[in-house]
Design a protein around this ligand. Structure first.
Ligand code: NAP
Length: 293
């Protein structure tokens, strides 16, 4: 059994990007520039955005943090996005979610210029992904694709079962695994809360990607020997064994499922660390004008 080390792969990717940025600087090229828009002062969002800005600094990107108060109106935010869309110095930007309730998140996503949509949430990015055209893939699915690729996990002809159909993980993952691509070329089954006899599907799966938010949902009796398991779930649960008083659990009962798996991602340290690497990869693509030129 191989434990897929997302922390290592994420560091490898960041090192590769840092080398590319150094070479851009040596050749007097334009340094990639990512902007992040943060509306309000939600604690978790502050942490996520700070980590993204720090990662930009570490690889040598330029970064701009645009802070707006929680009272920002939808129109004010849309005007700010117009400015970022028109700013030739900014290659790509993200708008950190969740947004205050009075702002329509979909209106905001649609206002992002597709060529700067490094989060890959714009309908045009999603459509291009479905058509297998060059695009920005959403961070978590892109991270999983990187893990499968870098661990050289065979996917062609395999039966992949995706648990969960969210717009940010499950649905895009099902599209990516079915594409005529490497990794891809799987026969895909997408399961959700209305799926009957879910275990019948997981027992037949060569690859299982779990994105439910249900701690330790996938148990050993639900999988076959040699299965590849990608655990996206992260749930904070109380624990008296840690200083913080909580621990993070994935959607997979790791100890028992890992005994049957050929490859498995741990939680934490599997899919989670890949999110930032994906964002940096997308910003690099935007800077190289790889998707739209
Ligand atoms: P979500 O939007 O809540 O979607 C959960 C999905 O699971 C839904 O499609 C739901 O079905 C399905 N589901 C719930 N209970 C089920 C059950 N008993 N049987 C079958 N399907 C069931 O969640 P998400 O945003 O995709 O996130 C999933 C997990 O991944 C969360 O723990 C989240 O924190 C984590 N996550 C991690 C990362 C990372 O970087 N590692 C990134 C994103 C998310 P319905 O559609 O029918 O309701």
């Amino acid at each position: 059994m191989t434990i897929i080390d997302g922390k290592k792969i994420s560091t490898d990717i960041q090192d590769e990007i840092a080398i590319e940025v150094k070479s851009i600087i040596t050749n007097n090229g334009r340094i990639p520039h990512l902007a992040a828009v943060l509306v309000g002062n939600d604690g978790a969002s502050e942490t996520y955005v700070a980590a993204k800005v720090k990662a930009c600094e570490c690889v040598g990107f330029k970064s701009t943090l645009v802070r707006m108060p929680a009272t920002t109106t939808e129109q004010e935010l849309l005007s700010k996005l117009d400015e970022l869309n028109a700013d030739d110095d900014i290659d790509g930007y993200i708008v950190q979610s969740p947004l205050p309730k009075h702002i329509d998140e979909y209106k905001v996503i649609e206002a992002i210029a597709p060529e700067k949509d490094v989060d890959g949430f714009h309908p045009q990015s999603v459509g291009r992904m479905a058509l297998n055209l060059p695009t920005y893939l959403p961070a978590t699915p892109y991270g999983i694709v990187q893990l499968l690729e870098r661990y050289k996990i065979e996917t062609s002809g395999k039966h992949c079962v995706v648990l969960g159909r969210s717009h940010i993980v499950g649905s895009p993952m099902s599209i990516l695994m079915a594409r005529n691509e490497v990794p891809g070329n799987c026969t895909v089954t997408l399961c959700h809360s209305r799926t009957s006899n879910l275990k019948e599907f997981t027992l037949k799966a060569d690859i299982i990607i779990v994105a439910l938010g249900k701690p330790e949902f996938l148990t050993a009796d639900m999988v076959k020997e040699g299965v590849v398991v990608i655990d996206v779930g992260i749930t904070r649960v109380p624990s008296d064994k840690t200083k913080t008083g909580f621990k993070l659990l994935g959607d997979v009962k790791y100890d028992e499922v890992s005994a049957k798996a050929s490859f498995i991602t741990p939680v934490p340290g599997g899919v989670g660390p890949m999110t930032i690497a994906s964002l940096l990869l997308n910003t690099m693509k935007a800077s190289r004008k790889e998707v739209y030129n």
